[in-house]
Write a protein that binds this ligand. Structure first.
Ligand code: ASP
Ligand code: MG
Length: 406
């Protein structure tokens, strides 16, 4: 008997039948004697539809008003789910983020949770109610509604699990768990029984869309017992934890792909100290997040520096650098957004040489050219042409996982 936080994504609550299905999962858990807090996303594509609606009225709407609008999606799914559970004869109450005590900072549309005042939820649980909470949102110090960024309901759920000291946080979705690669696009992708927080964080950040990366960060920090599981299949899910029992034979847990990037190259920079500092502090001042960085060897007097940013930051980054052309002293900027980042992740690669070589061999055999490479203790990322990205994921996945799939 314990407290379980269950989060249901948009596809799990997309229509009336699916809301009934979710209500059955929640009430089953409750009937087994657990206290249940359910966190819901907006139904199906509701959030995207609301964004479209806003654009029709004002394409430059303030982020405060956008949050006011987008938060309504979750309010709809939560109230409907509470009604379904009422109809099944169980005690239930739905709460918005602010009713549930979710306090955030004031960074509208991408707010961070600052604390959760759990008193109200606790009172409802003490009364033996099932509590349904809107994901993705909270309230700031001005009592304005804020949202946590796209996909933020996972983070709401993990934060609630941490604040309530829940025994388990289950993230229900439309796939069976965390896969070695996206099962919709990669042949032979298979479900992992377990994955470490660090690997999951890398995969989430590198483009795997199962979990919001901030939710993984938070689960690691508060050691939340986390599980990714299907709302539909009834199969066991994937456990996300600090240490996993047995490492995979290949030392690699997954292959991820991110097409949302652009590469900028500053060509013809002076080969002297301080250049990298100047470039990246200018970008940092504009809050442009830089990912992979590559500096060429100086040829005589000059060198090149290239780096990647999110596609959405491409224009800003270019402008900042162009505005400082004299100060930085480069010849020209070359921009390419027809690229993708393909990465392998695995805690097992720290102590096993040859993992990167195996990845490069797979790409070589596939005739795929690598533009940039970056590595950390538990990941290797390469930049390839966007046209090659899907095939790159497949050949790398085949190389690492075919013997296991056998
Ligand atoms: N409804 C929000 C979104 O679509 C939050 C979420 O689903 O996690 O991004
Ligand atoms: Mg999601």
């Amino acid at each position: 008997m314990g407290l379980i936080v269950q989060k249901f994504g948009g596809s799990s609550v997309a229509d009336a039948d699916k809301i009934r299905n979710v209500s059955r999962i929640i009430t089953e858990t409750y009937r087994r004697g657990h206290s249940v807090v359910a966190v819901l996303s907006a139904q199906g594509d509701t959030t995207d539809d609301l964004i479209e609606k806003a654009k029709e009225i004002n394409p430059n709407a303030s982020r405060r008003e956008m949050d006011m609008l987008l938060s309504t999606g979750e309010q709809i799914s939560c109230s409907l789910c509470a009604m379904a559970i009422e109809a099944m004869g169980y005690p239930v109450i739905s709460l918005t983020g602010w009713q549930a005590g979710m306090r955030t900072n004031s960074n509208y549309s991408n707010a961070r949770i600052s604390r959760i005042n759990t008193e109200r939820i606790q009172n409802e649980l003490d009364k033996k109610s099932i509590v349904i909470v809107t994901g993705f949102q909270g309230i700031n110090k001005y009592d304005d509604i804020t949202t946590l960024g796209r996909g933020g309901s996972d983070t709401s759920a993990v934060a609630l699990a941490a604040a309530l000291h829940a025994d388990l946080c289950q993230i229900y979705t439309d796939v069976d768990g965390v896969y070695t690669a996206d099962p919709r696009h990669v042949k032979g992708a298979r479900k992992l029984e377990e994955i470490t927080f660090d690997e999951m964080l890398e995969l989430a950040t590198l483009g795997a869309q199962v979990l919001h990366n901030r939710s993984v960060e938070m689960a690691k920090r508060y050691n939340v017992n986390l599980e990714v599981i299907s709302s539909f299949s009834g199969n066991p899910g994937t456990k996300v934890k600090e240490v996993v029992k047995k490492m995979e034979k290949t030392h690699v847990s997954g292959v991820a792909k991110d097409k949302d990037i652009a590469r900028l190259a500053l060509v013809g920079l002076a080969d002297q100290p301080g250049i990298a500092f100047k470039i990246f502090s200018l970008l940092a001042k504009e809050k442009v997040n830089v990912d992979i960085i590559l500096q060429s060897i100086g040829r005589g007097e000059s060198k090149d520096i290239s780096f990647t940013v999110a596609k959405g930051d491409k224009e800003l980054a270019k402008k900042v650098l162009e505005d400082n052309k004299e100060y930085l002293g480069f010849d020209h900027i070359d921009v390419n957004d027809e690229i993708a980042k393909v990465s392998i992740v695995g805690a097992g690669m720290i102590n096993n040489p040859g993992v990167a070589a195996k990845m490069f061999e797979a790409l070589y055999n596939g005739g795929i050219n690598i533009h940039m490479i970056s590595t950390s203790e538990i990941k290797v990322s390469v930049l390839v042409d966007v046209a090659d990205a899907d095939r790159a994921v497949q050949v790398i996945h085949d190389k690492f996982f075919s013997e296991i799939n056998g």
